[in-house]
Ligand binder design. Structure first.
Ligand code: F6P
Length: 375
């Protein structure tokens, strides 16, 4: 294998807290430990195709550790193996432009890539590895739906945001005797709703893994009323669905590898509840993108740094085609082939990914303390 002297970093898919910690860890380790040059391609794979990048040195990554988002920007639309391109006549077609990307890498003298992303982004990483480019992957998502790693950066910061929001929403719920419906992200996994709802004292938690009956939700609210607690907090995962019903789709993003965007179920539930419990005022809040931003938590900074450093070590020790992962308290790695393209990495609406076990410890503990799942 050709000696690695210069590496490129790509951040693809939806942003989350901890991406800058990974960029920081990669760059510092690459420069300090291996004397490498580093560049960051901008806007995901789009930068690789359009040759837009920025040199990364110790100065460039100084002071970014705690910042949310990614200094390299991101995109979840640019699959270079199947890119939607506009023809002169205004029509669109899908083209494989990966050879042009490989040419760009050669032109820039970039010998290897570290790619940070979810299923779509890491599938392309695997495909560049197959084309002979040394590539290591770093998994990312706020949804905690990756079986290939115990947890990833981004999730912990999102949970902190959800917990903080629920604490704040509680004060209005209590003061006005209201029923507050709070929608959180997570795609087809209910982890954000479950762990955030537990920490933020949700009274009802609705998750994709346990289809709900709206009458059971009403029962819980009435039980609280009878107990003298005339307010309730209903935490709803964006992927929650009623018994025998379907998920609520917010929009279809045609040129995204995973085109379905969920959202709006909280609003549906709030309208239904308002009719069923007219004695209460029901309000709906969608936490949406505040769950992806803000200052990165201590856990996500540490994990991001560890992933970054270990990704460089893996690359330099010949581990191309693999992805770093957390198992217990240790960073290990797994072949990309074993985790991409099947929903295993988790950013998919196709039903793959690590889901909450309705019989598992978390749900059982929540039920034991009186939380309703609407079942
Ligand atoms: O996977 C992360 C995530 O934030 C999901 O929780 C959410 O459904 C989705 O991305 C939103 O995607 P977009 O940024 O394209 O709206």
């Amino acid at each position: 294998m050709k000696e690695i002297r210069k590496i490129g970093i790509i951040t693809g898919g939806g942003d989350c807290s901890g991406l800058n910690a990974v960029i920081n860890g990669i760059t510092k380790c690459a420069v300090n430990k291996y004397g490498l040059e580093v560049v960051g391609f901008t806007k995901g794979y789009s930068g690789l195709y359009h040759n837009t990048y920025r040199p990364l040195d110790l100065r460039a990554v100084s002071g970014i550790l705690h910042e949310g988002g990614t200094i390299l920007k991101s995109s979840n639309k640019d699959n270079l193996f199947n890119l939607r391109v506009r023809n002169d006549d205004g029509s669109y077609e899908y083209k494989d432009v990966s050879d042009e990307a490989v040419q760009n890498l050669k032109y820039l003298g970039v010998d290897a890539l570290i790619v940070i992303g979810g299923d779509g982004t890491l599938t392309s990483a695997r495909d560049f590895h197959r084309k002979g480019i040394p590539v290591v992957g770093v998994p990312k998502t706020i949804d905690n739906d990756l079986p290939a790693t115990d947890v990833t950066f981004g999730y912990n910061t999102s949970l902190e945001t959800i917990t903080d929001a629920l604490d704040k929403i509680h004060t209005t719920a209590y003061s006005h005797d209201r029923v507050m419906v709070v929608e959180v992200m997570g795609r087809n996994s209910g982890w954000l709703a479950l762990e955030g709802g537990l920490a933020g004292s949700g009274d009802v938690i609705l998750i994709p893994e346990i289809p709900y009956d709206i009458n059971k939700v009403v029962d819980k609210i009435k039980q609280r009323d009878a107990f003298g607690r005339n307010f309730s907090i209903i935490v709803v995962s964006e992927g929650a669905k009623p018994l025998g019903g379907e998920v609520t789709v917010r929009e279809i993003v045609e040129d995204s590898p995973d085109s379905v965007r969920l959202g709006g179920i909280g609003s549906v539930i709030a309208s239904q509840l308002q009719k069923l419990i007219p004695e209460h005022e029901v309000r709906y809040t969608n936490l949406a993108y505040i769950q992806r931003g803000g200052i990165t938590s201590q856990f996500d900074r540490a994990l991001g740094l560890l992933f970054g450093v270990n990704a460089v070590d893996l690359l330099m020790s010949g581990g191309s085609g693999r992805m770093v992962q957390l198992r217990g308290r240790k960073i290990t790695s797994i072949p990309l082939d074993e985790v991409v393209g099947s929903g295993e990495v988790g950013e998919t609406s196709k039903g793959g990914g690590k889901q909450v076990d309705p019989e598992g410890q978390f749900v059982q503990a929540a039920k034991a303390i009186g939380i309703s799942f609407g079942d």
